[in-house]
Ligand binder design. Structure first.
Ligand code: AMP
Ligand code: MG
Length: 642
């Protein structure tokens, strides 16, 4: 084992590799290959990867068989049969059920009763369905229509022929493939050994889901995400859980993982920040050690790729979205090869981008996208840009990468989208605009009626722009025209109409135990806030209807906190509840959810812009019906319908 010199490690971190160079050097050092064959029983084969081509050892079906209930006969006997001129056939003295090998030959002028799945007897070349016959006494039938030779039977090997390659090496076995293996009688399946990958989350702030969250703590998202993504890619995740930023404990966990697993996948602690020691320890695990630390990716720059005594050791960046991009783009291909799987073709698709996306020159930039469909095909809407938040996954279907040499992607570019999970589901309704909890209730109603909707929270203005471009079916907006005080309608173009939604009461929110505001009315509360130089406000973003109200209240004043301008009611309420600010303006349900005091100010109108001639009229109608029926649910959430 070589111990990298501290200065050398520092150099490596400063030497940022391009994405392509990092992948090349890492692949060269790992030389990924399947880990060896083993046999697994058919019952345990789901999720395994075939190590060999599978040939059928027997025909399926193994004999010619009937696919209907009826009578096996000679088609030539029925050549002249019709409703007007039925043909009578003598019944042979045997009935062929499933599992019964026939003994009697079907001679001209005769027929043998046969069940679905029964073997076709010698002499017969077709089966007539029982529905097209009538009994004639005990021992004969009358047939009212002709059959062609071969009709209603399937020939031996027509499903799978002996010797035929059924499944190719590298196939991930699912229920479908397991059915094929069973049908040709295979019990022991040659598979690749599953790579066992240790998954560790590092960070003293991390808490296991299910445990209570203390101050300044967050749940470990990366561990569960990465473990699940590994399993989707043919690997077994060994869950090592959370390791705090403590050198001795982290080193012990790493050595344990290195001994147990075929590779280690960590997240967090790879930046140059204080307490970021993961990469230092990785360098000590074995030779050759760190291959790349610092890759020209955005986000994902601190990615650290190492090989220690033949085992890949990878440190993903801590931010869940960065961890996800780097996993899918750089790590998954290596592990898929180790699992014996081919590149993940099914999880890529092509789409068009609706608007220009700018990008940093010199770094491969990833952008999460949500897919929708318009008249010209799939559209990839960028979502959650730069948020680093795991919740962006709820809106995103996958991501695209913008090459390092490009400073932007022009509107209308066709791009390859890597899907987070294979299979795209395009929703019936694409709703782009401002988000509201009332909208969630409405979407739940739609779901129960079988309609799917995707909500992209891009704000009122983002929604209006999207619906004007034809990319959204509905745009929920709450925009006030300053001069008139009128909501939403003044912002429509002639092609757009407005579906009235609901009103949301906005008010002055403060902590219930704040003596400066208790018992005051609105005017007094604002005056009290402005009178106290220690009182901190939280504002709203320019362009928000609420901001217009706030500016009206402040009458030109710029109290402390004015420049703190989050984009949502929730952020305002959280800021006040946690004591980052002392007051702000938010809607009543959000204030109630965080147990804040609320002094009413004004109603905000939350309505839906819709095209006058919508793409999916039936879905819009269903939306109107759901809206009409959601009155009680909306009132229960604190909104006033209409
Ligand atoms: P780090 O790379 O350790 O500096 O972490 C960067 C950011 O990602 C910090 O905000 C961390 O709290 C966050 N983070 C790190 N690990 C995780 C994890 N396992 N789950 C969720 N967030 C994480
Ligand atoms: Mg950390």
């Amino acid at each position: 084992m070589t111990e990298p010199h501290a200065g050398l490690v520092q150099d490596q971190f400063l030497r940022i590799l391009t994405r392509e160079e990092a992948v090349r050097q890492f692949t060269e050092a790992v030389r990924p290959a399947p880990l060896g064959r083993e046999t697994c029983p058919l019952a345990g084969a789901a999720g395994r990867v075939l190590a060999e081509d599978i040939r059928a050892a027997v025909d399926a079906p193994p004999f010619d068989r009937s696919v209907v209930d009826g009578f096996a006969l000679r088609a030539a006997d029925l050549a002249a049969a019709s409703q007007a001129a039925p043909v009578t056939l003598r019944l042979n003295a045997e009935t062929i059920t499933c599992g019964h090998a026939p003994v009697l030959t079907v001679l001209p002028g005769s027929a043998t009763p046969i069940s679905t799945g029964g073997p076709i007897p010698r002499g017969a070349d077709a089966v007539v369905m029982i529905e097209h016959t009538d009994p004639e006494g005990e021992a004969a039938i009358r047939v009212t229509r002709a059959v062609t030779p071969g009709q209603n039977l399937s020939y031996a090997g027509s499903d799978m022929a002996r010797g035929q390659v059924l499944l190719h090496a590298g196939t991930l076995l699912t229920a479908r493939e397991i059915g094929m293996l069973a049908a040709v009688g295979l019990a022991d399946i040659p598979v690749w050994r599953k790579p066992r990958i240790a998954v560790l989350s590092t960070g003293s702030e991390l808490v296991e889901p299910g445990q209570p969250l203390g101050p300044a703590q967050i749940y470990d998202s990366n561990g569960p995400i990465i473990a699940a993504a590994l399993e989707e890619n043919g690997c077994e995740a060994l869950r090592f859980g959370i390791v705090p930023d403590d050198e001795a404990r982290l080193e012990a966990a790493l050595r344990h993982a290195h001994a147990e697993a075929d590779a280690i996948l960590l997240s967090g602690g790879t930046s140059k920040g204080a307490g970021d020691l993961t990469w230092r320890l990785v360098g000590r695990l074995g030779a050759p050690g760190i291959i790349a630390h610092g890759v020209a990716l955005k986000p994902g720059k601190p990615l650290c790729l190492a090989v220690c005594d033949g085992k890949p050791v990878i440190v993903l960046p801590g931010f869940p979205t960065s961890a996800m991009f780097t996993f899918h783009d750089i790590v998954a291909p290596v592990f898929r090869t180790m699992a014996g799987l081919p590149p993940r073709e099914e999880s890529r698709t092509e789409a068009r981008i609706p608007a220009r996306i700018s990008s940093e020159l010199g770094r491969t930039e990833f952008a999460m996208v949500a897919l929708a469909e318009d008249a010209e095909g799939l559209v990839a809407h960028p979502v959650g840009k730069g948020s680093g938040a795991v919740t962006a996954f709820s809106q995103a279907d996958g991501f695209l990468a913008i090459e390092a040499e490009a400073d932007s992607l022009p509107a209308g570019s066709r791009v390859a989208v890597t899907l987070f999970s294979p299979g795209i589901r395009i929703p019936d309704l694409v709703i782009i605009g401002s988000h509201c909890t009332g909208l969630d209730a409405l979407v739940a109603t739609l779901r129960r009626r079988g309609l799917t909707a995707r909500i992209l929270a891009l704000g009122s203005l983002g929604g209006l722009a999207a619906i004007k471009r034809g990319e959204a079916d509905l745009a929920p907006i709450h925009l006030m025209e300053e001069a008139s005080g009128v909501y939403n309608r003044p912002f429509l173009t002639p092609e757009l109409d407005l579906i009235p939604g609901w009103k949301r009461l906005q008010g002055f929110v403060h902590r219930k135990d704040d003596p400066r505001f208790a018992g005051r009315d609105l005017e007094d509360a604002v005056a009290a806030a402005l009178a106290d130089p220690d009182c901190l406000m939280v504002n709203r973003n320019q362009g928000a209807g609420t901001r217009t109200l706030i500016d009206g209240l402040l009458k030109g004043a710029r109290p402390p906190g004015y420049w703190n301008q989050p984009r949502s009611h929730n952020a305002v309420a959280a800021s006040v509840a946690q004591g980052r600010a002392d007051w702000g303006i938010a809607i009543a349900p959000v204030a109630a959810a965080l147990d804040l005091a609320f002094i009413p100010l004004a109603d905000e109108h939350y309505d839906f812009a819709v095209a006058r001639s919508p793409r999916n009229l039936a879905a819009i109608e269903a939306f109107r019906v759901a809206l009409a029926k959601s009155g009680d649910a909306l009132r229960a959430l604190g909104f006033t319908p209409g």
